[in-house]
Structures are given as C-alpha cells and as structure tokens.
Design a protein around this ligand. Structure first.
Ligand code: 1GP
Length: 245
C-alpha cells in the first residue's frame, strides 16, 4: 500500500482523515488493545506512533501490537533518530521548518538516511511546523526551537509555501501534545490557501466539534493523541465529525 497516495486520496465523503497518535511511553498495553479495536470499528485512517522523548523501549511492541490487531496503516512520527522501526508502514521524514535549529532541519536526517534507505519504510518528506500553544510543550523543548506565534498567520503561510517549494510532500502544523491553544482556524485556513500538498493539524484537539472545525478550516488530516488516551470513547464521535465533512 502506498501511504502517501492514501493520504492524498479523496474518496467521496471521506475526503478528510483521522489519525490517532500513540505515544509508546504513555500508552498502557490494555488501553492500546482497546484503542485499536475501537479505531478499527470506527474507520480511523492512520495510527501515528512516536514521541518527543521515549524512555521505556516500547516502540517495537507498540507497533507490533497495532500491526497484529488491525489493518490500519502505522506511520512513524519520530521525535529523534532512535525512533526508526521496520515494522511500521511509513515514516514522516520531519524537517522542522518553523525552527532554525540545523540539526532538526537536516542534521539528524543525514544520520538517519542510510538506515532509512536500507529499510522498507515508505519515506514521506514532511514540513513540520510547531505553533505557539500557550505552554512550553515537549516538542518545543526537545527541538530547541521557537514556535511560530499563534497569531502570525502570514509567517505560517510563507513557511508552508517555502516547504512545498523545497519539495516537501506534507505540512504538519502542530501545537504540540497537550497544547492549551490549538492551531487557530484562521491560521489553518491561511496555510491551506497557499499550498497544494496535504495539511495535517494536531495538538490539543479534544472534542469532536474542534476536530470538525479544524477540518472545515482546511486540515486534511486531524491528529488526536492525549484526549483519546484519556477517553477512548471519543474515537467514535471524532471519527464521525471528521468523516462527515
Ligand atoms: C502532538 O499533534 C499531536 O504532536 C497530538 O497532540 O496529544 O494534544 O492530541 P495531542
């Protein structure tokens, strides 16, 4: 299966997609099985797996558990070069284009490249943009970068445009896990108007209404992590909210 084609495909009513983010450090195995089962029943499109910092060596077992229990594609969302795993389907090759830390723009990528080339992972070049979120998130701290201010829609749009012009295939706007402020609809809309590649939005989304609004503003994929770990039942309602647009 070509994951990028799936991301780009717009079949009938299912033009928007819903990704559940699994942080292998936070998730409990029993809860993971429950999430997988409910996700499969409710048309979740992707599992994203990764975290800014993993300390428990649970990445491999998390991916195997997902792969053994459903057909939902698993895309690595790596916080660092240690989060490469051959059992996933694809990997977001994240370049942190909102920041000016050369290690996160290209440095880590050079180190990872030979391992990725030797793997069967589908590599998806992704422009990763961290947006100010009301508190210092793990992604921000670990990446040693500044976020795009939440009210600077033009900066976000120009950054995304530059990312597309550099050949990146996706833009991921992230307020960071557990964000207080989600990415604004105005910023999502401005970015979407200025790019032709798919747009992923996540960080702090915790209700079906918010997921709906994020998609209506222009996100092609909405990502939810924390809120689902806390309340698995949200999967059904958020899936409906995203897929009925
Ligand atoms: C974080 O976009 C993701 O990188 C998801 O954030 O855990 O707050 O849903 P939440």
């Amino acid at each position: 299966m070509n994951i990028y084609s799936t991301i780009c495909s717009k079949k009938g009513k299912k033009s928007k997609k819903f990704a559940v983010l699994i942080d292998p450090d936070k998730i409990k195995q029993k809860n993971l099985i429950n999430i997988i089962s409910i996700a499969a029943q409710n048309g979740v499109d992707f599992f994203f797996v990764g975290g800014s910092l993993l300390t428990n060596d649970n990445l491999d077992i998390t991916i195997k558990t997902i792969k053994n229990n459903c057909n939902i594609p698993v895309i690595l969302f790596p916080g660092n070069t240690m989060q490469i795993n051959k059992n996933a389907d694809a990997l977001f090759f994240l370049s942190l284009i909102s920041g000016r830390n050369p290690e996160m723009l290209i440095g880590k990528h050079v180190i990872a490249a030979p391992y990725l080339k030797a793997s069967n992972l589908e590599i998806i070049p992704t422009g990763y943009m961290i947006i100010e979120s009301g508190k210092p998130t793990a992604a921000l701290y670990m990446s040693n970068s500044n976020p795009i201010p939440s009210d600077k829609d033009d900066i976000a749009a120009c950054t995304a445009m530059a990312g597309e012009m550099l050949g990146l295939k996706l833009i991921y706007m992230d307020a960071g896990s557990g964000a207080i402020l989600t990415v604004t609809e105005s910023m999502i809309s401005k970015v979407k108007q200025n790019i032709s590649i798919p747009l992923i939005v996540g960080g702090g989304i915790c209700t079906p209404v918010k997921a709906h609004d994020v998609c209506s503003a222009g996100a092609d994929i909405v990502v939810v992590g924390n809120a689902i770990e806390e309340n698995v039942r949200l999967i059904e309602n958020i899936s409906d909210a995203v897929h009925l647009i």
